[in-house]
Design a binder for this molecule. Structure first.
Ligand code: PEP
Ligand code: MN
Length: 264
């Protein structure tokens, strides 16, 4: 069902209010790794508005390698964020980690994100198949492209056709970067499926200085959007500060991506 053999025309995901992703609509999504509180939310929204970005990312349920790391503000954080986002015409993409959170989060999300650690949580995918909100599935930590497509197939087969796929790097033997961003995945996924393909250069490379070149490469490779981490003070971020752009770097990246899209 996610194959272009089944549907030749590309799928666009409509978030309402004129915000579309895919089929010629390039989307930028930016925000902190973790939602940290009111000030963090407000500063981020202000930056997004200044740069005409309509979709904000951020985790309130965080899958952390160590149980002692910051694990997110939970549903209360999401409610705070939602209120501020709606007042400013901003859409929300955020990670859902387990089945019970789907209903709890429903009123406050525009796109449910399935994280790389949950790509093959088939029960979660089954349940997201029953939801009438878009879902973005990230490629598994060591997942193949076909495995990502099968995960998408679960949601689609369950009845939810509003899906996005996200390349976020895979674990390889290379240790010079956090993950190895698989640029090949972009044209391959675009060839194989009709779904929008999003690039996450932040987790893909994991090093702040390299986020921009990887984001630009993915844009040229044909991604339908880029999702990246930003923070008013990356060195103070509660999570993933080492791969997070400050607002100046973010604005520069946004300008460059727009310039590349203009060339098409
Ligand atoms: C994230 O987007 O903050 C995240 C945890 O990503 P991933 O699931 O790709 O590691
Ligand atoms: Mn992160």
């Amino acid at each position: 069902l996610v194959s272009r053999k089944w549907k030749v025309n590309r799928t666009a995901i409509d978030l309402g209010d004129g915000v579309l992703i895919g089929d010629g609509h390039f989307a930028m999504m930016a925000g902190p790794c973790s939602i940290e509180g009111e000030e963090n939310i407000e500063k981020t929204i202000q930056h997004l508005k200044e740069n005409d970005i309509k979709i904000m990312r951020g985790g309130v349920y965080k899958p952390r390698s160590s149980p002692y790391s910051f694990r997110g503000m939970g549903i209360d954080g999401l409610k705070l964020w939602y209120k501020a986002a709606r007042e400013n015409g901003i859409k929300i993409v955020t990670e859902v980690m387990q089945v019970s959170q789907i209903a709890e989060m429903y009123d406050y999300v525009d796109i449910y994100q399935v994280g790389a650690r949950n790509t093959q949580n088939f029960n979660l995918l089954d349940e997201l198949g029953k939801v009438d909100k878009p879902v973005m599935i990230k490629r598994g930590i060591s997942g193949t492209i076909d495995e990502l497509l099968y995960s998408a197939e679960y949601v689609f087969a369950g009845g939810n056709e509003r899906l996005l796929l996200c390349e976020r790097g895979i674990r390889t033997y290379e240790k010079a970067s956090r993950n190895t961003f698989d640029i090949n995945a972009i044209p391959i996924l675009k060839e194989k499926t009709h779904l929008p393909v999003i690039a996450d250069p932040s987790h893909g490379v994991g090093i702040r200085d390299y986020v921009e070149p990887v984001a630009l490469a993915a844009t040229v490779a044909g991604a339908d959007g880029v999702i990246f981490e930003i923070h008013e003070k990356p060195e103070k971020a509660f999570s993933d500060g080492q791969q997070t752009l400050d607002f100046e770097e973010s604005a520069k990246l946004i300008r460059k991506m727009r310039a590349l899209k203009e060339l098409e």
